[in-house]
Write a protein that binds this ligand. Structure first.
Ligand SMILES: [Ca+2]
Ligand SMILES: [Ca+2]
Length: 203
């Protein structure tokens, strides 16, 4: 009987494979490909009930700290952006007629926390340098809570907003900070081609 069931299963699988093989296929032409390119970031329909896991996920929800008295608040402040030659990451100009229109996506996490938090600044028109204020589309500094000894990682991506076509990559910078006791602070700078970015951490 079991042998018969297995045989039926194999025949069904083979039939399915053949059916897939003869499905009509539509080849996209080059211009259709260009029109059809889009990136969809899957958003979890159900957020985990346990906030701290070892699995890294991308969440588009704001960071909501889970209060733990053994953890400390780390403030992360965007300080400066500088791109005097208005160039993109590939060395070309942001525009042929004007300068870059930079905005910044920030991904940040703590090594104790399995979540990757994701925030984006407001946009800026034709600026080579920015000294970030206290509000950049979200409060600056923003914060995360973590235990002493955890490593905070922040990745900043600068994009040039374009009204026609996709926004273009200006640069990407990564910053790390090991959480220390109260009062510890560090100011960091990083370069991505000619573009520079600085931020600071404070416990
Ligand atoms: Ca551009
Ligand atoms: Ca632009």
């Amino acid at each position: 009987m079991q042998t018969a069931i297995c045989l039926v299963g194999l025949v069904t699988l083979a039939a399915s494979a053949m059916a897939v093989g003869v499905l009509p296929r539509h080849l996209l032409q080059q211009d259709e490909v260009a029109k059809n390119i889009s990136v969809t970031i899957p958003i979890p329909t159900q957020l985990p009930t346990t906030p701290r896991t070892t699995r890294v996920i991308i969440t588009t929800t704001p960071y909501v700290p889970v209060y733990d008295p053994t953890h400390t608040t780390v403030r992360i402040k965007l300080d400066r952006y500088h791109n005097p030659s208005h160039t993109l990451s590939d060395g070309s100009d942001c525009e042929w007629f004007n300068g870059c229109d930079p905005y910044f996506n920030i991904l940040y996490t703590s090594s104790h926390d399995g979540h990757l938090y994701n925030i984006t600044t407001s946009k800026n028109d034709n600026l080579a340098s920015i000294a970030f204020g206290i509000h950049v589309g979200f409060p600056n500094p923003f914060s995360i809570r973590a235990p002493v000894g955890a490593t905070i990682e922040v990745q900043v991506t600068a994009l040039d907003e374009d009204l026609v076509g996709s926004d273009e990559l200006i640069g990407m910078w990564s910053f790390y900070f090991v959480v220390g006791t109260a009062g510890k602070s560090e100011t960091k700078k990083d370069a991505s081609g000619p573009a520079q970015f600085g931020l600071s951490f404070q416990v």
